[in-house]
Design a binder for this molecule. Structure first.
Ligand code: SAH
Length: 262
């Protein structure tokens, strides 16, 4: 018996992995995060599967679903939003499972930061401009360790993807404006990959008002980065004809065609 933690993806039911979908189809017990996991994913379950929504459960109630399934020798598909490596409460659930001697596995999913970048049609790294992505959140009711405060993260000028922060946008803007000019680009994607997806583009100067006017308060990704809309960058080495790598030899060196091997 195994508990399979399955990343369901950001909302579009087609964005679950084949492996995750097959597990939902065959597991006799399904426990899904009802607030964000699309119903269409759960509709793949066998007609006689026991299906539970974890939205109104606490950790003890969730653990009881696992122990009951363990007693019956039934595999569990534990379906959560996006990918399990980010703000998923995976760690506390598997700590309980380990203590109980129950096997578990994680099936990765498409995270909402990736779906948001896709919605924007945006590469989040640009050659020689930005080679780092920081995934974080603003501190609100859930505290963030002081060393991870937004001001210190902003100092890297990396692409910043902020989860769980839509209602804290004014605080986000205030803290980031201490480091960046107010013309710094920001994009917000609400419900990326859902039919009702919305995109708002702006800067530190106007994004909070734009979000307020659009009434965006949840299920939104805030991306703060100089790469947004940037056209002034060099081509990458990946397809550079003068650059050799494991899969391709340099074809041109200083403008000359290179034919020899080795
Ligand atoms: N594990 C999830 C994140 C869960 S935390 C993942 O990998 O995506 C919940 C937060 O994720 C939300 O507050 C929002 O910031 C973000 N989020 C989840 N689904 C989203 C979507 N479809 N579009 C934009 N942001 C989303």
């Amino acid at each position: 018996m195994t508990v399979f933690f399955i990343g369901a993806g950001p909302g579009d039911p087609d964005l679950i992995t084949v492996k995750g979908a097959r597990l939902v189809e065959r597991c006799p017990v399904i426990l899904y995060a009802g607030s964000l996991v699309p119903k269409a994913v759960i509709e793949r379950a066998k007609p006689d599967a026991k299906v539970f929504n974890s939205a109104d459960m606490d950790l003890d109630a969730i653990t009881k679903v696992y122990t009951d399934a363990f007693a019956n020798g039934e595999d569990v598909a534990r379906v959560q939003t996006g990918d399990l490596s980010i703000y998923s409460s995976l760690a506390e659930q598997v700590r309980r499972l380990d203590a109980l001697g129950i096997d578990w596995q994680v099936i990765p999913g498409v995270s909402s930061f990736q779906a948001s970048a896709a919605a924007l049609g945006q590469e989040l790294t640009l050659p020689e401009k930005c080679q780092t992505i920081i995934l974080s959140r603003a501190s609100g009711r859930t505290p963030v360790p002081d060393k991870e405060n937004l001001k210190s993260l902003a100092a890297h000028e990396a692409t910043l993807c902020l989860f769980l922060s839509a209602t804290l946008i004014r605080k986000v803007v205030r803290e980031l404006s201490e480091v960046y000019p107010i013309s710094w680009p920001v994009a917000v994607v609400e419900k990326a990959s859902h039919p009702e997806q919305r995109i708002i583009r702006g800067t530190l100067a106007d994004i909070a008002d734009k979000m307020h006017d659009a009434n965006i308060r949840s299920t939104a990704m805030i991306i703060v980065s100089k790469v947004l809309g940037e056209q002034d960058f060099v081509d990458s080495k990946l397809y550079d004809p003068t650059f050799s790598h494991a899969c391709r030899k340099a074809r041109v060196v200083d403008g000359d065609t290179v034919n020899k091997e080795g």
